[in-house]
Design a protein around this ligand. Structure first.
Ligand SMILES: Nc1ncnc2c1ncn2[C@@H]1O[C@H](COP(=O)(O)OP(=O)(O)OP(=O)(O)O)[C@@H](O)[C@H]1O
Ligand SMILES: O=P(O)(O)OC[C@H]1O[C@H](OP(=O)(O)OP(=O)(O)O)[C@H](O)[C@@H]1O
Length: 220
C-alpha cells in the first residue's frame, strides 16, 4: 500500500468554505469530518490515497512545512506570520476574505495620526508580521502576543492598540475600537510542501484540480 497523501484543513470558520472546493477537486471526506462533535482528527476520503486532517488554522502551516501533511489550506495571514521557506502557495482559493489591521479606541483615534508614530505597543496574534510591517515604515513595534480576544487589550491597559483580523468590523465596533490602518488583505491559500511536490506524483494533479475548482467557482 502506498503512503496516503495528507491534506491539512483548518477547523473553525474556513471549514465550511473549504468543503465545496474539496468536493469540486474530487475529494469527498467521510461524514465524521463535518461532525463538530467528532473527536477524530484524521479522515478517509472517497479519493484514492487521499486523507484529511483537521487542525488549528495556525498549525496547518506547521504540518505542511514539516512534511507531516503534503498539502493544506491556510490563510495568507498565517503564511506571512511564519514565512516558511518549505511552503509553496500556488493557488489563491478566494475564501476567508478579511484584512489584518491596526485598531485603537475611538477616543484615541479622534486625535491620532498613524503617520506620526515612531513607536507602537500592540497586542496581536501576529508579532512577526506586525514587526515587519512597522519596521518597513520606520516604526518600532513592541508586540504583546495574544492568541485571541485582542480587543480587550486597550481598555485593560495591556496595549493601547491591537493588530487583528477584520471582516465585517463588528468585533471592533462592539468593543469600542476603530480601524486606523490596513496592513494587508487576506485570503486562504492552497499550500504545498515543496519537497512533496517533487517526490509525490499525485500532488501536482491535485493542485491543478483545486486550481480548476477555484476558476469554475469564480466564473459562476
Ligand atoms: N473574521 C474573519 N473573516 C474571514 N476570515 C477570517 C476571519 N477571521 C479569521 N479568518 C481567517 O480564518 C483563519 C482562521 O481564523 P482564526 O485563527 O480566527 O480561527 P479560529 O477558528 O479562531 O482558530 P483557532 O481556534 O485555532 O485560533 C485566519 O487565519 C484567517 O485567514
Ligand atoms: O470583523 P469581524 O467580522 O467581526 O471579524 C473579526 C473577528 O474574527 C476573528 O476572530 P474569530 O471569530 O475567529 O475568533 P478568535 O480569533 O477570537 O478565535 C478576528 O480575530 C476578529 O476577532
Amino acid at each position: 500500500m502506498t503512503t496516503p497523501l495528507i491534506i491539512a484543513v483548518p477547523k473553525g470558520r474556513i471549514l465550511s468554505e473549504v468543503q465545496p472546493l474539496l468536493a469540486a477537486a474530487g475529494v469527498r471526506p467521510e461524514p465524521a469530518f463535518f461532525d463538530e462533535n467528532s473527536r477524530a482528527l484524521r479522515f478517509a476520503t472517497d479519493a484514492d490515497g487521499i486523507e484529511l486532517i483537521r487542525v488549528r488554522a495556525f498549525d496547518v502551516a506547521t504540518f505542511v512545512a514539516h512534511g507531516a501533511a503534503q498539502l493544506g489550506v491556510v490563510g495568507s495571514d498565517v503564511l506571512a506570520e511564519f514565512d516558511y521557506p518549505e511552503l509553496y502557495a500556488p493557488v489563491d482559493l478566494h475564501i476567508g476574505h478579511c484584512r489584518l489591521s491596526v485598531a485603537e479606541p475611538a477616543a484615541l483615534a479622534a486625535t491620532d495620526d498613524p503617520r506620526g508614530w515612531s513607536h507602537v505597543r500592540v497586542a496581536t496574534k501576529y508579532p512577526h508580521l506586525t514587526a515587519r510591517h512597522f519596521a518597513a515604515r520606520g516604526v518600532q513595534a513592541e508586540c504583546v502576543k495574544l492568541n485571541g480576544a485582542m480587543e480587550l487589550a486597550p481598555t485593560l491597559g495591556l496595549a493601547p492598540r491591537i493588530v487583528d483580523l477584520v471582516s465585517s468590523g463588528r468585533t471592533l465596533k462592539e468593543n469600542g475600537l476603530v480601524e486606523v490602518e490596513v496592513i494587508v488583505d487576506v485570503t486562504s491559500r492552497l499550500v504545498v510542501n515543496r519537497a512533496a511536490m517533487k517526490t509525490r506524483a499525485a500532488v501536482v494533479p491535485l493542485v491543478e484540480a483545486f486550481r480548476r475548482a477555484v476558476a469554475e467557482r469564480q466564473a459562476a
